[in-house]
Write a protein that binds this ligand. Structure first.
Ligand SMILES: [Zn+2]
Length: 274
């Protein structure tokens, strides 16, 4: 089985201390990744989408979106959007039949509209809760419904309709997304409503995409989760701490952990290129 590949599509500059307790005040580039994985039977599957110009450009953006962009100021990496990266590999937008949506923050859903045939695997209960919120509550939860395709609801497959499984490595209960054991959804609550990770148990070493459980692996492995403003992002702090512990244990057993926002490594040749 092939490993999933994670591509850095944008960066957000922030002091290291914001994402690592006791870290430096030096500005670092926090990555914003999405994943591409070739399912042996279903072909290319996307994992989130990263940012796109829908966040950073255009008069038609809502005032809330413009404000969000002005605060975070993400810089898109040239030619690194999912559509551009996939095209270079001969994969057209229509070829993507599934996209796993790990949660509904803007940096994960901004390109869902680019894939007209994709079905979306996500936490349906979280989507229902977010959809029923007032505008203010949605903003507080970092949810911009205008980023979703109009027919998102019809194309959504809630992960709890997939077979339930007891996950290996003490990761608790989860779901077998393609009913073949290849890729398992790992609920990692705390960061955002419906936040989940993905486990590929058969690649070597087993790989856990822990999404936004933390911004830096060091914060997990060295028990240095930030205590400042970044902590306010958690939707449920106690749950977030339990999720961090699960991921730490998995890493301690020799598993490989990938995070969406691990600061980019300028020497990593695959960054920005699948
Ligand atoms: Zn997030």
């Amino acid at each position: 089985m092939r490993d999933p590949l994670f591509v850095n599509g944008a960066v957000v500059r922030a002091p290291e201390r914001l994402v690592l307790r006791g870290g430096r005040w030096t500005l670092i580039d926090i990555a914003v990744r999405y994943g591409v994985w070739h399912h042996p039977r279903l072909g290319p599957v996307l994992i989130d989408t990263g940012y796109t110009k829908r966040i950073t450009e255009g008069r038609e953006r809502s005032v809330a979106m413009k404000l969000y962009n002005a605060i975070l100021r993400p810089r898109l990496i040239k030619d690194a959007s999912p559509i551009e990266c996939l095209r270079r590999c001969g994969i057209m937008p229509e070829d993507i039949t599934y996209i796993v949506v790990t949660h509904f923050h803007a940096d994960h859903i901004a390109a869902l509209c680019d894939f007209p045939k994709a079905r979306f695997l996500a936490d349906g209960a979280a989507y229902a809760r977010l959809s029923a919120m007032t505008f203010r509550q949605q903003l507080h939860n970092g949810f911009f419904p205008d980023l979703l395709p109009k027919n998102f609801h019809e194309r959504l497959i809630s992960i709890d309709t997939r077979p339930s499984v007891t996950l290996p490595y003490g990761l608790g209960e989860g779901y077998d997304l393609f009913a073949d054991g290849s890729c398992l959804a790992v609920p990692l609550p705390g960061h955002a409503l419906g936040h989940l990770g993905l486990l590929w148990p058969s690649v070597s070493p087993p790989l856990l995409y822990a999404t936004d459980t933390q911004w830096m692996l060091r914060a997990i492995n060295e028990d240095r989760a930030p205590s400042g403003p970044a902590r306010l992002i958690y939707s449920d702090r106690a749950a977030a701490e339990a999720s961090i512990e699960k991921v730490r244990q998995f890493a301690g057993r020799g598993g490989r952990v990938v995070l969406c926002h691990e600061p980019s490594d300028p020497n990593a040749r695959h960054e920005g290129r699948p």
